[in-house]
Design a protein around this ligand. Structure first.
Ligand SMILES: Cc1cc2nc3c(=O)[nH]c(=O)nc-3n(C[C@H](O)[C@H](O)[C@H](O)COP(=O)(O)OP(=O)(O)OC[C@H]3O[C@@H](n4cnc5c(N)ncnc54)[C@H](O)[C@@H]3O)c2cc1C
Length: 533
């Protein structure tokens, strides 16, 4: 027994929520949205600093990468949201679109309709910008975007120091130019997170033609020949099926979308056959071309108590932090994973920024770990357009088994050069007079780590993901491309992919706003292809 809908959307994450919202705007369209995770009731989802807890909780899929040669044989934890809102419910809230040139590059690769001028309307449509609308920003859209609600002396010092070291000031990274230093904006309003579920699902959850199922893990696609006709899923220990009259949209994210395609027989034929999976379509690019942003950090100990570490370790200040949030929705509990951002060029040949810095007024032992006992702050550097490519491949037919993730970080000379030059650039900022006067010592990597070789070894041994995997179901028109420029899966009918996996190349910045834009654009194309329905 199975129910029939017009559209089935798999995954209620950054891209899936806008797809489901826009497709169900017309009451004639019956839409089913399936999410493997629970409803977003956990309070820490909605308090911004809560990402620090949730990213390593049961609200994450908790992936681990394979041991990776480029990072000293280490494997990393890769958090991914498993809850309504997907990764937008557990992410660091930084609102960033990337560079105009990223999208113009996508268009030049043969993807008509994906240049910056084509996509700006979708960014604007999705946005509710606290500062008001202009040619780059929208108001009244589902995604609330606002300024950081707290200025801290040490953050202002970092901005001043960057300016001293020759980086221009920029108060809007998503405006005319990305290059420069300034405060990030965040996906939040009045001190509360705005996830894709908060923005796109909450206001419309009672639409009669939209069914949202949580705890519904999609196990595979059903086909009639090469037409995707439905899905089967597991919910409360029961196996169920649903059929789609019109289309299925996969929005499972950069790990799960290629995994689901592979499990369903769409992927590298040899690999699937070796696992005993019947091949529906040989698509060698599924799971390949994986990109991610890799970060290495400077940790500085301050010579005065200006860090959030000081607020947390002092009982009185901690109580005030909680009270401030309860009363005014301000203070450290509203903090995102980046306060001050820097976008700059560290290689002479780069035409646009090739490195990004996230500066935060606290420091911790590890990802989601305890804050250092001293007054610490962190400046982490990542390369914006890595050349390294990895892959995600299933290792068994079991849909509940995690696929193998091999990022291949720092596997090209270009990537290694930017990492090293990026660390030097961040150090130049922290050693500029405006910031240096606050520094007691550089704890990591430390004063002894100076030459290129030592800096690279440090990056390999201590660096981490910045949580931006993309491009595993890449859009394009070459033999490895998985979807075409209308996000239709090549070789299959009735199936599209809409999430970070379709990016031809990772954007030069954080990936949540681009994923939401992809959801908006996908829905518009689906409706257009259905004759405006
Ligand atoms: C810890 C962390 C911090 C980050 N910080 C930032 C930041 O500050 N700024 C920023 O811009 N970006 C940030 N990112 C990245 C950004 O959030 C993601 O790139 C973006 O949310 C991905 O969107 P998506 O639609 O591709 O996938 P997701 O949002 O991950 O959505 C996929 C959804 O599909 C569901 N799903 C998967 N498989 C199945 C299945 N088989 N059946 C049913 N449902 C399924 C998942 O549970 C999930 O809800 C961060 C990410 C993480 C994890």
């Amino acid at each position: 027994m199975s129910e029939t809908f017009d559209y089935i959307v798999v995954g209620a994450g950054s891209a899936g929520c806008p797809v489901a919202n826009r497709l169900s705007e017309n009451p004639k369209n019956r839409v089913l949205l399936l999410e493997a995770g629970p409803k977003d009731r956990n309070i820490w989802i909605h308090i911004p600093i809560g990402y620090y807890r949730t990213m390593t909780s049961a609200l994450s899929w908790g992936y681990n990468t394979e041991p990776d040669e480029g990072i000293a044989g280490r494997s990393l934890i890769w958090p991914r949201g498993k809850v309504l809102g997907g990764s937008s419910a557990i992410n660091g809230l930084v609102y960033m679109r990337g560079q105009r040139q990223d999208y113009d590059h996508w268009r030049q690769l043969g993807n008509a309709g994906w240049g910056y001028d084509d996509l700006l309307p979708f960014f604007r449509k999705s946005e509710d910008q606290e500062r008001g609308g202009d040619e780059f920003h929208g108001v009244g859209g589902p995604l609330q975007v606002s300024d950081i609600r707290d200025r801290r002396e040490i953050c202002d010092a970092f901005i001043e120091a960057a300016v001293e070291s020759g980086i221009p000031r920029n108060d809007d990274f998503n405006g005319a130019e990305q290059e420069g230093v300034g405060q990030f904006q965040t996906t939040s309003a009045n001190g509360r997170r705005c996830s894709a579920a908060t923005g796109y699902l909450k206001p419309i959850r009672n639409r009669a033609n939209l069914r949202i199922e949580t705890g519904a893990m999609v196990l595979g696609l059903l086909f009639e020949g090469t037409r995707a006709s439905g899905i089967h899923y597991s919910q409360n220990g029961q196996e169920k099926a649903a059929r789609a009259n019109a289309e299925i949209i996969l929005s499972g994210g950069a790990i799960n979308s290629p995994q689901l395609l592979q499990l369903s027989g769409v992927g590298p034929a040899d690999h699937l056959r070796a696992l005993g999976i019947d091949v529906v379509h040989d698509s060698p690019g599924v799971g390949r071309d994986l990109q991610d942003h890799y970060q290495a950090r400077l940790v500085l100990e301050l010579n005065r108590p200006l860090s959030v570490n000081d607020d947390v370790h002092n009982p009185l200040r901690l109580a005030w932090t909680a009270l401030r949030y309860a009363l005014f929705r301000r203070g450290p509990m509203t903090f995102s994973a980046g306060h001050v951002g820097v976008f700059t060029r560290v290689l002479p040949e780069s035409a646009t920024p090739d490195a990004q810095v996230h500066f935060i007024p606290f420091s911790a032992t590890k990802l989601g770990g305890a804050l250092h006992p001293y007054s610490g702050v962190t400046a982490s550097v990542c390369q914006l357009r890595p050349e390294s490519r990895g892959e995600i491949m299933i290792a068994s037919k079991d849909p509940f088994a995690h696929p193998k993730i091999l990022p291949n970080y720092l596997s090209t000379d270009y990537d290694r050069r930017i990492m090293v030059e990026g660390l030097k650039m961040a150090r130049r900022i922290t050693q500029s007079p405006a910031f240096d006067k606050y520094v007691a010592t550089e704890r990591e990597p430390g004063d002894a780590v100076v030459d290129d070789e030592a800096l690279l070894a440090y990056a390999r041994e201590k660096g981490n993901t910045i949580f931006h995997p993309t491009s595993t179901c890449r859009m394009g028109n070459d033999p490895h491309a998985v979807v075409d420029e209308r996000l239709r899966v090549r070789g299959i009918q009735g199936l599209r992919v809409a999430d970070c996996s379709i990016m031809p190349t990772v954007v030069s910045g954080n990936t949540n706003a681009p994923a939401i834009m992809i959801g908006e654009k996908c829905a518009a194309m689906v409706l257009e292809d259905a004759g405006g329905r």
